[in-house]
Design a protein around this ligand. Sequence first.
Ligand SMILES: *[C@@H]1O[C@H](CO)[C@@H](O)[C@H](O)[C@H]1NC(C)=O
Length: 398
Amino acid sequence: MEGIRCNPVIVLYFILAAIIPSSSTSMSEIAAVDRRLVDKKKNGCVAYNAIDKCWRCDPNWAKNRKRLADCAKGFGHGTYGGKLGRIYVVNDCSDNDMVNPKPGTLRHAVLLPEPLWIIFSGTMNIKLRQELIFTCDKTIDGRGFEVHISGGAGFMLQFVRNIIIHGVHMYDIVEKSGGMIRSEPHHVGIRGKSDGDAISIFKSSQIWVDHCSFANSYDGLIDIVAASTNITISNCHFVKHDKALLFGASAEMPEDKIMKVTLAYNHFGKGLTQRLPAVRFGFVHVVNNDYTQWKSYAIGGGDGATIISQGNRFIAPDGACKEVTNRRQVPESVWRKWTWRSEGDLLLNGAYFRESGNPHWAKTYKGPPLIPAQPAESVAKLTKSVGANLGCKVGVPC
Ligand SMILES: *[C@@H]1O[C@H](CO)[C@@H](O)[C@H](O)[C@H]1NC(C)=O
């Protein structure tokens, strides 16, 4: 029975059945992939940005999967996930037992008390019955197949370190009621309702999310809260969502001052409204991203957040809402002191970035090295292959 459930043809049927009636997102994503594949055939390897260049041109990527572990840049630098562990192959897309998950399932893998490099036996859609609670030192590596996490709960990274999530599609994530769920190898407990975020990062550090595609979830696409830090989100594709990225959920959480997040080489595309991201307290480096659509604003926040925007392309929507930034309900006398800088950004179709704070921030900056910005004119190229649709085939460069 399990075998039938994971049959690729049947899975494809379910995936198509799930997306066709309700959404045009995934279809336009598929069109985008087709364009990229054509491009790839013509040019061979197409690694343009610093992270992709680290691994994509290796025709033996499938044998050297762990090479990816040395490629994190920005604040998530040094995140090596399951590099020191064995390869675990997920070959069962079911998620039926929250307490004693079946071997071969993703839930079984992420709960094992050892570093693991988790890959997949084929194309599959995993509909998580409840939030998927990670333990430390894991890599989820979807390369080689289409791995979809949709129609169920999302990923919960709480009290963990050192996680890489690469090459998965996450969409149509919904709230789940909670109940008895194993959250650690030796701990089962009652969990409350899950929020319906695609990825929720709570009191965790050293996290790298790369080449994932996100759309349409009940709550946020990625939430980073409760003093989480040292995180990079790169090469991801975001579409079709209202409040996409929330870094710091509450004005009552000044612990979030330690939060450091890099957003690099992502594409914020069709059907987004706001929070790309919204930041409280922390330091966010936004470098070489492509913002081609927002309805309300792109980058917002408050509570003394620091936002350094370098080499991004911002294309404002037609009509109103040309301002990239948003500091809702705070008087200028307050936000004037927050350091929000735009350096080398390409601002198009009337887009404008309202700067504030210290223009000489770089002179006093004491953190780890930032990803150097490329000219904003090259952003379209740097972000050409965002998302989980790399179409990696064994034996040829990705
Ligand atoms: C975050 O990274 C810095 C190095 O850049 C390190 O000093 C710090 O301990 C890290 N914090 C956590 C919570 O991992």
